[in-house]
Every structure is written in C-alpha cells, then in structure tokens.
Design a protein around this ligand. Structure first.
Ligand SMILES: Cc1cc2nc3c(=O)[nH]c(=O)nc-3n(C[C@H](O)[C@H](O)[C@H](O)COP(=O)(O)OP(=O)(O)OC[C@H]3O[C@@H](n4cnc5c(N)ncnc54)[C@H](O)[C@@H]3O)c2cc1C
Length: 393
C-alpha cells in the first residue's frame, strides 16, 4: 500500500484551514489540505452578502461567546485585525469600513478566497478537493488517514471542518466526531446568528409586518444589542436579532425597546396636554413606522390620549419600549450563520489549539466552542486560531 507522509494534514479548506495551511507551509512544513467539497472557501464566498466582512477593527475577547471566555485571548493577541488587513492590502484587495468597524471587500468576497488559495499554492501546500476522509487512527509516529484518494500519515492533524451551519453547503459534524473519537468533550452545538421564529406580534400574524425594519434595543438576560431588527414572514431577523439569538435559550423571553433613546412617556404626557384628541395610533406613528404603530394601537382600548391616565400612558409606553415575547424557536442550522458550542476549550491549549490529551491533534475555527458576534468576528477567530496553530506545527 502506498502511504504518503506529510508534516501536517489539515482537514477542511475553509477560512481557518487555508490560513493555517499557508502559514505552516511558509514555515517550510510539508502540508496536505483536504476538503470534501468541489471548491475551497465556499462560506467565505457567500459571506457578508458577497463582500465578506473579513474582520472587525474593534475585535476583542468581548466579542466572543464560549464556556471559557478567556480561551480566545491568546490567539487574538497573536493575530489581530491589523495582521489580516496587512495581508489583504499586500494582495491589492481594496476594502471599506461599513459600520461599527466592520471591514468588507470593495469588490467581492471571491478576492479573499483567491488570496488564501494563492498563499497556499505559492507556498507549496498540496490541496486536494473532493476528497473524503474515511478513517483516522493514531499511530506511534502520529496519525494514519484512509481517504477516498489514498492513505496518508502525518505528525500533526488539524481539524478545520467548521460546524453544522448550512448543511446544503457541505457543513458536517465531522470535527465533533473526531473530537469524540479521541475522548474530547463537546459543548452542545446550537444555531447562532439565526433568525427567531415568532408567529404573532401584538396579537397579529407577524407576516403583516414582513419587510418592516427599524432600529431597536434587543435584550435577553443581561445581554443587549442596539441595531436594526427586521420583521419577516416567519418571525424576526436583522442584526440585533441575529446577535441576541446567540445568547437565547429555549423558552427565554426576549425584550425589545422599539424606540431606543426616546423618552416616550414624557412625550405622551406632553402630547395629551397639547393634542388631547390625538389617537394613540397617531401619537405612536410619530415614533414608530406607521404600520407598527397601528398594530400596537389596536391592542389599546382608548381612542384619545385625553382619556388615558398616567398609568395608561405607561402601559402604552411599555408595549413599545418593553415589548416582550418568547420565540417559538430559531430557524435552525439550515440558515444559521454560525454554530455556537463545539469542541470544549478545556480540552485544548489556548496557545496552540492542540488537544491536551492527544499530542499532534489540533482544532481550529468554528469547530471550537468560540463563537463571535456578527460583524467580522467569526472570520477573525478563524484567522487567529489558525495562526496560533500553524506557528506550533
Ligand atoms: C451566509 C453566511 C455569511 C457569513 N458571513 C460572515 C461574515 O461576513 N463575517 C464573518 O466573520 N463570518 C461570517 N460567517 C461565518 C463564517 O463563514 C464562519 O465562521 C467561518 O467560515 C468559519 O471558518 P472555518 O474555517 O472554521 O469553517 P468553514 O469556513 O465552514 O470551512 C470548513 C471547511 O471544511 C470542509 N468540510 C466540512 N466537513 C468536511 C469533511 N467531513 N471532510 C472534508 N472537508 C470537510 C467544508 O467543505 C469547508 O470547506 C458567515 C456564515 C454564513 C453561513
């Protein structure tokens, strides 16, 4: 049997896998990069609406969710947003800051895929697509792999197969299976950065508001985000909802301030004095989109502000500024941008991403229990964890 040997074999030619392969090969390691898909970096290609939000200028440990919030610190300190920007600029890719430090390609996300591929190929990475890993075994000298394209051996095996989000794009639980095979714990994976399912809002079918978007402060437990929310045919979405979804657990209530930064109660009291005949709907339409104001007003029994006591005005204000609902669920892995949970960081070295109990086995990127906020943080984790690993190979 022909068995080819490599210093490092990386499974998964996505963001983390390609970045890791390029750095390791640059450091004169003989690297094989395997992927079962037809093309490398497919999630990068569709990311950021086709423009790839490849990092965030303000990325830091505060932007990540993990059972161990300290785990990401070392890798992020070793490879920050400026390090990736340098690579982007060296490749002549022009970029722009959209908002909140989010950096996007000026042209298209395919440029980032090409940059990573070029870095791999220029440094001699052996990239094999459409290759299935059939079996992984530990051996005295490292790991033996049986794949659809032959047998390989390596001193270090890097799992960069991402997680469960968007199975249609080739997402698999392969990384978790390998972790379990070697006795590593998995923090239960769950869809994150995902729309929430709600059938009715203010007693009306949510579809009545589909397409309506506004700025809101969305809270769950002690977390809150002030960004846009969007009503859809199936529930609520938009950046603020995607962000809070990563913190939401089944049956928890979400609270939304639909008019953040507005002293609505004082405004309502002043309006009652100045325009006593004004309807609650008309008053709220000065603060909210008209359609939403109408739907909320339909739950109020008074026709005129003049007929409303301070208590009634407070109740109206609460409907707008403390709207609370319990989502029926999320829209699931089918459309979740990322997967929260994953390989338990307790099992890994935060300096190198190596499994503490299995020398030579590494996990990088989304497969690890480190999940970023919306806004370029997930790619920054992919780059940073890949860099930490590659420098240890
Ligand atoms: C629609 C969408 C938009 C997004 N936009 C952004 C954004 O703008 N900014 C941001 O920071 N993040 C964004 N993300 C999240 C980001 O794409 C991921 O966090 C990131 O790609 C994770 O990198 P990774 O290398 O760990 O995994 P991936 O990029 O998912 O790569 C995993 C690779 O492993 C391969 N693979 C899987 N299973 C196997 C197997 N069994 N055998 C062989 N190969 C396998 C896959 O084919 C894939 O190539 C977005 C995600 C989605 C779905």
């Amino acid at each position: 049997m022909d068995i080819r040997a490599y210093d490092s074999i990386i499974i998964g030619a996505g963001a983390a896998g390609m970045h890791c392969a390029a750095i390791a090969a640059q450091r004169a390691r003989k690297v094989l990069l395997l992927d079962h898909a037809k093309a490398a970096g497919e999630k990068i290609r569709i990311s950021g609406g086709g423009r790839c939000n490849f990092t965030n200028l303000y990325c830091g440990p505060q932007n990540f969710i993990s059972e161990n919030p300290h785990f990401c610190k070392s890798a992020l300190a070793g490879f920050g947003p400026q390090d990736f920007i340098k690579l982007v600029e060296q490749s002549g890719i022009s970029w722009f800051e959209k908002t909140f430090g989010q950096l996007f390609c000026q042209k298209h996300s395919g440029q980032i895929v090409q940059m990573l591929l070029n870095r791999c190929l220029d440094n001699g990475v052996d990239l094999r697509l459409q290759s299935k890993v059939l079996d992984v075994k530990n051996s005295k000298s490292g790991f033996d792999l049986a794949t659809s394209i032959g047998h390989f051996k390596t001193k270090s095996l890097i799992i960069a197969t991402g997680a469960l989000s968007i199975p249609k794009m080739g997402a698999t639980g392969f990384g978790y299976d390998i972790a379990r095979q070697f006795g590593l714990n998995i923090i239960t994976p769950r869809p994150a950065l995902v729309p929430l399912q709600v059938s009715h809002v203010f007693k009306q079918p949510v579809s009545q508001l589909a397409g309506l978007s506004l700025m809101a402060e969305v809270s769950c437990g002690s977390q809150s985000f002030t960004e846009a929310i969007l009503f859809t045919h199936r529930g609520v979405s938009g950046p603020a909802i995607l962000q809070i979804s990563s913190y939401w657990a089944s049956e928890q209530a979400i609270t939304v301030n639909l008019a953040p930064g507005v002293d609505m109660l004082s405004m309502a009291k002043a309006a009652r004095t100045k325009h006593p005949k004004q309807s609650p709907a008309k008053f709220m339409a000065g603060i909210l989109p008209n359609k939403l104001a109408q739907i909320i007003a339909a739950t109020i029994s008074h026709q005129r502000l003049a007929d409303m006591s301070d208590n009634h005005l407070q109740q109206m204000t609460d409907k707008v500024q403390r709207w609370s609902f319990v989502p029926e669920g999320t829209l699931g892995f089918r459309i979740a941008e990322v997967t929260a949970g994953g390989v338990d960081t307790k099992a890994l070295s935060s300096k190198t991403m190596e499994a503490k109990s299995v020398p030579g086995l590494y996990f990088i990127g989304e497969v690890v229990d480190v999940t970023g906020h919306l806004g370029g943080h997930n790619f920054q984790w992919a780059w940073a964890s890949a860099n930490a690993c590659a420098r240890a190979l």
